[in-house]
Design a protein around this ligand. Structure first.
Ligand code: 3HC
Length: 272
């Protein structure tokens, strides 16, 4: 998600510093942006050339270098509270006093994340959807201390990068979209666990009958099966065995080459 958000920001005309903990990971993100911008450029879906947009993106592994000049910092680290808190504490130390600090978390509490900083009123959720460059919606989520001024800055910024921001005024687990969308994937996974459907049949029903762009298993592979796993596990409720078994086997979806579909040795998504 991080490289997708950096890409959207640069397309919107802003200078971006993209930071990760390892050089290789930042490089990989940068290569993904290059690929994506190339596609958009080819199809005339951006106003400038891919190279012009790329010029606004710099990469670093140094957190101070990344945020010391920032007006807005958007975090997209793994969905574990301890990592979020460590990151926000470090960002708070190095970012200018006026900077708004945003989290792309899809389910964790903005209030808890904000409490790792000395500026909880300037912390807000900016939740993008995968792939950020193609998906319009951004949830702008309030934590308990978030001021209207901070939320409005985040909202205006999202509009300025051509997204459609929607406020989520209560810091509930999963906000709005994932509260509704994760059960869509889980119900299909419960049915699979109970031998009541197959991956292909469940996906085909949702795509052909409902007109969804992806069926529940394809979507789970696309977003990362571990993400759906952690979403439910953190809330203390049971995870469908079909999802837990995939995580146990480290078959996490597209990013690991195999999930409910096989992207390396098999045909990939093939319910058509
Ligand atoms: N950048 C540039 N081009 C891209 C791209 C990207 N990131 N991703 C795909 N493309 C390109 C493809 O390569 C393809 O190019 P080609 O025609 O030259 O081969 C072209 O776009 C068309 O792609 P597709 O035919 O695969 O399909 P669409 O463009 O119609 O749609 C999609 C792609 C937008 C991903 C659509 O399938 C979709 O909406 N899927 C559902 C995604 C979704 O629901 N996301 C939310 C997940 S939940 C989430 O993120 C929450 C989080 O908290 C977990």
């Amino acid at each position: 998600m991080g490289h997708g958000i950096a890409e959207v920001t640069a397309i919107g005309g802003y200078d971006v510093a993209m930071r990760d903990i390892e050089e290789d990971i930042v490089r990989e993100g940068y290569e993904q942006i290059k690929w994506s911008l190339g596609k958009l450029d080819e199809k005339d879906q951006i106003d400038e050339s891919a190279d012009e947009v790329l010029e606004r993106i710099e990469t670093t592994t140094d957190i101070s270098e990344a945020v010391s000049d920032a007006d807005l910092v958007i975090e997209a680290v793994p969905e574990q509270m301890e990592i979020k808190e460590d990151t926000f504490s470090a960002v708070d130390e190095h970012a200018p006093d006026h900077a708004v600090l945003a989290s792309n978390t899809s389910s964790l509490s903005i209030s808890s994340i904000a409490s790792a900083t000395d500026r909880p009123e300037q912390v807000v959720g900016l939740h993008f959807f995968n792939p950020p460059v193609k998906m319009d919606l951004v949830e702008v989520t309030y934590g308990e201390a978030t001021t209207d001024e901070t939320a409005e800055i985040a909202h205006e910024w999202a509009e300025s990068v051509n997204k459609t921001p929607i406020y989520v005024r209560k810091d509930v687990h999963g906000f709005v979209v994932n509260t509704v969308l994760v059960p869509f994937m889980e119900e299909a996974a419960w049915m699979l666990s109970n031998d009541e459907t197959t991956v292909r049949e469940a996906d085909a029903t949702m795509v052909y009958e409902r007109g969804y762009p992806m069926g529940p298993f394809e979507l789970n592979d696309f977003g990362g099966i571990d993400v759906a796993y952690h979403f439910r596990d953190e809330s203390g409720q049971p995870v469908p065995p079909a999802i837990a078994e995939k995580v146990e086997a480290e078959e996490l979806g597209k990013k690991s080459g195999k999930g409910f579909y096989d992207y390396e040795d098999g045909d990939g998504v093939d319910y058509e």
